[in-house]
Ligand binder design. Structure first.
Ligand code: AGP
Length: 610
């Protein structure tokens, strides 16, 4: 989604804005721009295309000044053109706005403004806001912003400047995140704390319907009635690790993040496995063991990869905690009105903590009075702050749009949560300790799984031209099949479908021919023979088979065209180790197809619009 970076202080703003936008590039965008100020003059620079294009423009035509706002745009209204890039100005050139979100009623507002003689320069919804603020500006920028927003329906995270108020930046949020950065030589406003790395370790989170004013090193926050709001300053320096968001020697962030997984899974477990009690401990659940014992059911909600992690969670909670679980797409759950009994916990899973549908599902659950938990990677994100309690992944920034390390850490946290709840019910200390030992062995198992990379690369060369691929697994590996298919389709643009292996006979097998490879997840386990039968059924129809299986499994090797061995781990942990070859397969095929692996077309890292 779009990115916002603003700065006001005692140093040139332009380099700060560009550095911040570079750290937000991974979110996906199609144009970028900035505006800075010197005295009563504003300097607007904006360009469609990659950030480098804006960099060239600013190098040729510097944007001077110690305050400014900037933006990377992911088009919602109007194409990716120079004139649709943000910032947008009002007719007088006094007001400049950058905006994340969607103004749902922009058409009637635009028509009304046009009927009053306003000339529009772009096709965006955002420009409406610039004209409205300009309309209500009479020397008080914050007041004008507040008044203009009373006409707006939809979502926004905005930063606004006026040439009549040098050094002042006003921000406001409803549904799109904004954070104030408190630095040594000024204050920042950003849509994502990651943009502040290297400039500010201390942040103040803006909540919905709040408005902030920044000037030099001063900042204040107001509510809807413009009454001052006190807010805490959070030190998140340890989470902003500057190095984490650097690509290092890797060709793509996605590959770096795939290889980080032994460490990120270890980080997810660090300090949370309690040998003495043979259970797991969490600092931020905000639920006692007694309260956990009262839970009758868990509803897990999320989107995309996080939803797939939730599906693994369903099997984990059933297996380890004997707890009924249902998993819902957040986009569906937020609008359903299911009968939910009192002792139900709603667990939101999200890497970014800003996915609009997941945030809305969480808020709806809170409105209904349910206890809400979140498993999240971005510290201080909206969902992390609004859930009653939760667990951070500690996986570091995930830059590649295709989620990899977040998935394996999410499943790891779910396994620990299931252990914790299971130990408040029927799991013995012996069983608990066994699970702890099995979890502790995970990082090494992942390290071992990564050694298949060269082999996977050769397999990718065989199948890179496929147009359709099936991913098939059972039980714990059914969600892993869905996730493997999502990885392939979202970065290589090959149509891929994940299915429960037995389901293939109820339709999808009609797709199978010699040009349609099927990826089977078939390590040894309780349903091994069943999955082998499904593999035979595919082979009988000349379908090529790639099998992710246990090391040295001759029975599989006798049937499959290609095998990828993964280390033997307990079935409930197989989704984690099996994810590694599937991530690498998708990555290598996408590279062979010349796709933009880290920023696939049409996708954004954090979907903060509906
Ligand atoms: C996964 O590879 C995708 N990038 C996407 O499905 C993602 O998982 C989904 O948008 C949810 O994002 P979140 O985890 O940040 O909520």
């Amino acid at each position: 989604m779009c990115g916002i970076v603003g700065f006001t202080g005692r140093r040139e703003a332009s380099p700060v804005l560009m550095a911040g936008l570079r750290r937000l590039e991974y979110r996906g965008y199609d144009s970028a721009g900035m505006i800075t100020g010197t005295g009563n003059e504003l300097h607007l620079r904006k360009k469609s295309g990659k950030l480098a294009e804006l960099g060239k423009l600013v190098a040729m035509h510097p944007a001077p000044g110690c305050y400014g706002i900037s933006h990377t745009r992911w088009a919602t209204h109007g194409g990716a053109t120079d004139r649709n890039a943000h910032p947008h100005m009002d007719s007088t050139g006094n007001i400049a706005v950058v905006h994340n979100g969607v103004i749902e009623n922009f058409s009637p507002l635009k028509q009304q403004l046009q009927s009053q003689g306003v000339k529009f320069r772009s096709d965006t919804d955002t420009e409406v806001l610039a004209h409205l603020i300009g309309r209500y500006y009479h020397g008080d920028l914050a007041g004008a912003v507040r008044q203009a927003l009373t006409f707006v329906k939809g979502t926004y995270g905005i930063a606004v400047m006026s040439k009549q108020e040098p050094g002042v930046i006003v921000g406001a949020r409803l549904g799109s995140p904004l954070v104030i950065g408190v630095g040594a030589d000024g204050t920042f406003l950003a849509s994502d704390a990651n943009a502040l790395a290297g400039y500010a370790d201390k942040v103040v989170y803006l909540n919905d319907r709040q408005l902030c004013t920044l000037s030099g090193e001063e900042w204040d926050i107001r509510d809807q009635d413009m009454s001052p709001v006190s807010a805490s300053v959070h030190d998140i320096g340890q989470y902003l690790g500057d190095g984490d968001a650097e690509i290092g020697d890797y060709p793509h962030f996605m590959l770096k993040e795939i290889y980080e997984q032994p460490d990120t899974v270890a980080n997810a477990m660090r300090g949370r496995l309690a040998d003495g009690d043979a259970t797991a401990h969490f600092g931020g659940l905000n639920l006692t063991a007694q309260q956990l014992r009262q839970i009758d059911r868990i509803i897990i909600t999320g989107c995309g990869t996080s939803y797939h992690a939730g599906l693994v969670g369903e099997y984990l909670f059933e297996e380890l905690a004997r707890l009924p679980v249902e998993v819902e797409f957040a986009s569906e759950f937020r609008y359903r009105n299911p009968p939910i009994d009192r002792n139900t916990v709603v667990l939101a899973i999200t890497q970014s903590g800003e996915t609009a549908d997941t945030l809305a599902a969480l808020r709806e659950s809170k409105r209904m009075g349910h206890t809400t938990l979140a498993i999240c990677n971005v510290v201080g994100s909206s969902i992390a702050r609004e859930a009653c309690g939760g667990v951070y992944l500690h996986a570091g920034p995930e830059i590649g749009v295709a989620s990899t390390k977040a998935f394996t850490s999410q499943v790891t946290v779910l396994a620990m949560l299931a252990l914790y709840i299971g130990r408040t019910r029927h799991l013995s200390s012996i069983q608990g300790q066994r699970i702890i030992d099995e979890l502790r062995a995970l990082p090494d198992a992942i390290r071992q799984a990564l050694t298949c990379h060269d082999h996977v690369k050769r397999i990718a060369e065989k199948y890179a031209e496929a147009n359709n691929v099936l991913y098939l697994g059972r039980q714990f590996l059914y969600p892993a099949a869905l996730e493997g298919a999502l990885k392939l389709k979202e970065i290589s643009y090959i149509h891929a479908e994940g299915y429960a292996a037995a389901e293939m006979k109820h339709g999808p097998i009609a797709l199978v021919d010699e040009h349609t490879p099927s990826v089977f997840l078939v390590p040894r386990g309780n349903v091994f023979d069943k999955v082998m039968s499904n593999m035979q059924e595919i082979k009988a129809r000349r379908g090529p088979v790639i099998a992710v299986c246990s090391p040295g499994d001759r029975e599989v090797a006798a049937v499959a065209d290609d095998v990828i061995p993964v280390p033997d781990v307990p079935e409930y942990l197989q989704p984690i180790v099996s994810a590694i070859p599937l991530q690498l397969l998708a990555y290598e095929i996408a590279v062979l197809r010349g796709c933009d692996v880290d920023k696939p077309r049409n996708l954004a890292k954090s979907v903060t619009v509906e």
